[in-house]
Design a protein around this ligand. Structure first.
Ligand SMILES: NC(=O)c1ccc[n+]([C@@H]2O[C@H](COP(=O)([O-])OP(=O)(O)OC[C@H]3O[C@@H](n4cnc5c(N)ncnc54)[C@H](O)[C@@H]3O)[C@@H](O)[C@H]2O)c1
Length: 317
């Protein structure tokens, strides 16, 4: 469908903001990269934006509001930190722009595009959860389609080199927001999140392990098919997203239950999916799939919002 141009701005010129800017510039879609905003005039991200012909400000959200380009901007991505996002939202909420929050601030509803974007298509502020959430919640949602998930636990491992100061300041928010979204969007009754910043050199690729517990027996073929179909849907916007091996099933019966410290003895099925995300190497090298899964999810969401806005305008005229 042809869509009018949809000018966007990014606040936060670090790892996530720079990777997203490159994607917007390289994608032949409705989004038009109108402004990049930071707080550090000497930052590499702002310098790169200038070199690429993008208007910049180093005066934060107030600098963005004062830019002549602001009047045309339809959507603002926030790639700063959870605490800064609360301030940004207060400054932007009455200014007629949509806001896509790439921090784990969780001000707006959670959005995992393959699972629930349509439910929040008109929300003024959408939260993109976390990189670990974007990689694992689709899998939990797929298992939930086939069987009730009483518990989901995910372990995300990313290279320490790909976690900027903004990410490091937000590790508690990462854990809390991901665990909440595993329940609210993934459908798990209980959840736990673990993140590892791995300092290994050469850097490791982003890996995610997803465990789902289902009480009693379940249909292995239906769950495998649902997970594989979901991986295919995520790959449409993150080509480097893949299952590392077949989905695994382990059964625990009364004679040999699984002992869980918080809840005691579990009998049923543990489903394990192991995922790897190879990045597109737009800003950092391919090991940083964690950048790619977040910025690709945000890009896909913004493109859908742009398309929706054109449809809404057409329907109103
Ligand atoms: N790195 C990842 O893998 C990853 C993945 C998904 C989400 N996130 C989230 O994205 C956010 C950014 O992470 P990052 O790794 O890019 O961090 P980063 O430190 O590399 O980038 C943050 C940038 O925001 C700028 N900034 C901070 N406060 C600002 C403000 N008030 N106004 C304008 N600019 C401001 C900083 O100067 C910096 O350039 C964090 O909330 C993080 O949790 C990170």
């Amino acid at each position: 469908m042809s869509t009018q141009k949809y000018p966007v701005a990014i606040i936060g010129s670090g790892n996530i903001g720079t990777d997203l800017m490159i994607k917007v510039l390289r994608t032949d879609g409705p989004l038009e990269m109108a402004a990049m905003v930071g707080i550090d005039p000497g930052s590499d991200g702002l310098a790169r934006a200038k070199r690429l012909g993008v208007a910049t400000s180093s005066a934060g959200v107030d600098g963005l509001l004062a830019m002549p380009e602001f009047n045309d901007i339809r959507l603002v991505f926030d790639a700063t930190s959870a605490s800064a996002h609360v301030h940004h939202w207060n400054r932007l909420r009455d200014r007629g722009v949509r806001v896509l929050d790439l921090t784990p601030a969780a001000v707006g509803p959670f959005c995992v595009p393959v699972v629930n974007l349509d439910a929040h298509i008109d929300a003024p502020n959408l939260n993109m959860v976390t990189c670990g959430g974007q990689a694992t919640i689709p899998i939990v949602a797929a298992v939930s389609e086939a069987a009730p998930v009483s518990y989901a636990e995910i372990v995300s491992s990313i290279s320490a080199k790909s976690a900027g100061p903004g990410t490091r300041a937000n590790l508690d928010e990462f854990i809390e927001t991901t665990a909440t979204a595993l329940r609210e969007v993934g459908g798990a009754q209980r959840s736990k999140t673990v993140i590892i910043l791995n300092p290994a050199d050469p850097p490791v690729l982003m890996r995610n392990t997803v465990y789902c517990l289902v009480d009693g027996e379940c249909d292995h073929a239906a769950i495998t098919a649902a997970v594989e179909a979901m991986v295919g849907r995520v790959r449409q916007y993150v080509p480097g997203y893949e299952l590392r091996q077949a989905v695994q099933f382990e059964t625990f019966d009364v004679d040999a239950p699984l002992c869980i410290p918080e809840t005691g003895k579990f009998t049923g099925t543990r489903i394990t999916a192991m995922l790897q995300v190879t990045g597109a190497a737009h800003h950092l090298p391919a090991y940083a799939g964690n950048l790619d899964i977040m910025t690709s999810a945000a890009l896909a969401t913004a493109e859908r919002l742009a398309e929706h806005s054109t449809t809404t305008i057409r329907a109103a005229t």
